[in-house]
Each structure stands twice: as structure tokens, then as C-alpha cells.
Ligand binder design. Structure first.
Ligand code: SF4
Ligand SMILES: [Zn+2]
Length: 109
């Protein structure tokens, strides 16, 4: 993964968790200032991203054939994505669009 893509993926994840936390938990203090459980989820997701084995062929996590998250975290992040994914288009259209485009890349050869 290029440094630019990694930065973008990190920003996208942070923005989605931020949106989710604001709407669901009332923590609307801005990026990186979510409630405790959402902060833990973000830290976990960012650590997974940093260790992604696909390198520059990384798919979006939602299309990943192995999904490296542990089951309990995977369910939590899915809930966040389901909720925040569509809303991201409204709040952060550029991030949402580039994430959609990343999802169209061919899978890891
Ligand atoms: S879920 Fe897949 S694409 Fe996402 S970080 Fe883990 S291995 Fe990489
Ligand atoms: Zn929260």
C-alpha cells in the first residue's frame, strides 16, 4: 500500500467511527475524540491496517478474502460501516468517493 493510500484509509476509518460515535453515542467532539469503546475500535482498526498483508494490492476491508479482524471486532466494525458508510457521502464526499473507487480496484492477483 502506498503511504498516500494508507493515510487515506486511516482517515476514512477515523471519519466513519467519528460519525458513528457522534450519532450513536453523542460524542461529537471531532476526529480522534470518540468515546472509549469507539476509540478502542479505531486503534484496533488502524493497527490492522498497518499490518495488512496485501501491500499495494490491498482490497477494501469489506471485500477482503481473509478479513484479519478477530470476530468480535469484525462485527463491531461492520456495524459502523453499515451505519456510517452511506452518511460519509454527505459529510466527507471526497473521502467517500475515493473509498468507493478503491473498492473497484481488481482483487489481489
Ligand atoms: S481486513 Fe483484509 S484488507 Fe483489511 S486490513 Fe485486514 S487483511 Fe488488510
Ligand atoms: Zn462511541
Amino acid at each position: 500500500m502506498t503511504p498516500a493510500r494508507l493515510r487515506r484509509e486511516r482517515r476514512t476509518m477515523a471519519a466513519m467511527i467519528d460519525l458513528y460515535c457522534c450519532e450513536k453515542h453523542g460524542c461529537c467532539h471531532g476526529p480522534g475524540r470518540s468515546c472509549g469503546p469507539c476509540g478502542e475500535l479505531l486503534a484496533y482498526a488502524l493497527a490492522r491496517l498497518s499490518h495488512c498483508p496485501f501491500g499495494r494490492h490491498k482490497p477494501t476491508c469489506s471485500r477482503c478474502p481473509i478479513h484479519c479482524y478477530r470476530p468480535e471486532w469484525r462485527e463491531r466494525v461492520r456495524e459502523v460501516m453499515r451505519f456510517a458508510g452511506p452518511r460519509l457521502l454527505l459529510h466527507r464526499p471526497l473521502l467517500a468517493l475515493t473509498h468507493l473507487l478503491d473498492g473497484l480496484r481488481p482483487k489481489n492477483p
